[in-house]
Design a protein around this ligand. Structure first.
Ligand SMILES: [Fe+2]
Ligand SMILES: [Fe+2]
Length: 149
């Protein structure tokens, strides 16, 4: 992906993750035999996404202000909560509760909004160009998809 902003790259991947989640959620609710394959695809992209954010973006930031620092702590905590949901879903795929799917979705959406509105635009504006280039270079070293297969 040739992109020159952190926001654009991550927004594109957020959109893919959301569409993979919706597919998995709908199949899980219908108890479709495809649920396992869709879940596996979804989980794979989510884990790559979190890896990129935590290792290529969050870890790399000059934590100049308390407000960015606090945002990142919260986002990291939410990653841990979401991974917990994924483990729970994976332990019992045929019996996933609709309420858990909806709770997860709400968390995912809130998380996405916080990153897209409150974090990535600020980073694109405030970090040095050389740092931005290095972050984008590292993001691009982890192959992520932006469209469904
Ligand atoms: Fe995130
Ligand atoms: Fe994200």
């Amino acid at each position: 992906m040739a992109e020159n902003s952190i926001l654009n790259l991550m927004v594109a991947h957020h959109a893919l993750i959301e569409s993979l989640f919706i597919l998995f959620r709908d199949e899980a609710k219908e108890k479709s035999p495809r649920t396992g394959a869709s879940f596996s695809e979804f989980k794979w992209e989510v884990k790559k996404h979190f890896f990129i954010e935590e290792n290529a973006i969050f870890d790399f930031l000059p934590l100049k202000t308390m407000s960015i620092y606090k945002k990142i702590i919260k986002l990291r905590d939410e990653h841990i909560t979401m991974i917990g949901y994924l483990e729970k879903f994976s332990a019992n795929l045929p019996e996933i509760k609709n309420q858990d799917l909806e709770d997860f979705y709400e968390l995912l959406e809130g998380h996405r909004e916080a990153e897209e509105k409150e974090l990535y635009p600020i980073l694109d504006k405030e970090i040095r160009e050389d740092q931005k280039h290095q972050i984008i270079y590292r993001i691009n070293e982890v192959p992520i998809r932006i469209t469904k297969k």
